[in-house]
Design a protein around this ligand. Sequence first.
Ligand SMILES: Nc1ncnc2c1ncn2[C@@H]1O[C@H](COP(=O)(O)OP(=O)(O)OP(=O)(O)O)[C@@H](O)[C@H]1O
Ligand SMILES: O=P(O)(O)OC[C@@]1(O)O[C@H](CO)[C@@H](O)[C@@H]1O
Length: 311
Amino acid sequence: MIYTLTCNPAIDKTASLQSLQVGALNRLENVVISAAGKGINVSKTLHTLQQESVVFAYLAGNTGQYIEQSLLEMQLETKAVWVEGSTRTNLKVMDANTHLTELNERGPHIDSEKQLEMQALLDANIQCSDLLVLAGSLSTGMDSDYYAKLISHFAKKGVKVILDADGNSFKHAIKEVPFLIKPNAFELCQYMNVKETNDPITLAKMAKELMATGIAMVVISMGKDGALFMYEDQVIYAKGLQVDVKSTVGAGDAMVAALAYAIENKLSLEQVAIQAMAISAGACTTSGTEPASKEMIDTLVQQVVLEKIEV
Ligand SMILES: Nc1ncnc2c1ncn2[C@@H]1O[C@H](COP(=O)(O)OP(=O)(O)OP(=O)(O)O)[C@@H](O)[C@H]1O
Ligand SMILES: O=P(O)(O)OC[C@@]1(O)O[C@H](CO)[C@@H](O)[C@@H]1O
């Protein structure tokens, strides 16, 4: 079974306008509201792939209830720990040149008692052969080693952990050797303290250093420039697919979903790359964080170009 944990879910309000004017009144168009947050987006994509998953999330207030109800309507099994306050609302604005501006709130306070409640819920459900996806920011009140502690706990049990986090949370977590990490190129360069680059060879060399610590698989996403897929001594670069972009919000989550699907179904690295590219590019063609249809994914699968590279 695949489990996703969203520590800081959100209602995403995604909208568009011609061009964003800072310090002026902007009138939004095409407003779409959806239950989101990285782990929840992963589960939504898995659902369209007909792959079962269970959502764990901290939820709060009316916005939390909206998310719980939406997930119920999508028939996504949800196990929530309810906290005081309100689940956040994040605003995403895309301009006519597909430049995305994101305004994300911090999220409600999660105290140590509620963190223990979540730990008990996770322990009661997750077995050694399962996959656990840890994705997104931590809410207020959570220490930056929260993911690190979960990875250490579940890796000992043999659970494969997929990590999609950034900043200090990522820094602590990778020391505990998750099974797979999916930083984007910017996050990886920031962690390695080097100038941002999308050069596949340079990125692959940095990823190799991380794999030397025991991380089995590294996938580096590079937005429209594609992605790098690394497992054992195999390195595959996939060129970005040309798609009609509606919203890039959640493209990375769609990719993480594809990776979880591929691991659960024991696909080869080539197949992992093909599925991940088609599913993530497909997510860019829909509004908000809506996953792509099966038909769109099948069409994009035919267009993926892979290149094996030596590092
Ligand atoms: N403009 C685009 N055109 C085509 N494919 C894209 C585009 N943007 C993203 N993708 C696809 O989605 C994948 C993930 O995108 P990206 O690298 O932006 O992830 P991310 O930074 O983790 O995103 P987010 O955190 O917003 O979900 C890319 O590797 C690519 O396959
Ligand atoms: O603030 P975080 O947790 O880093 O990111 C949250 C978020 O921006 O990520 C998703 C897209 O990947 C959105 O659905 C959501 O609003």
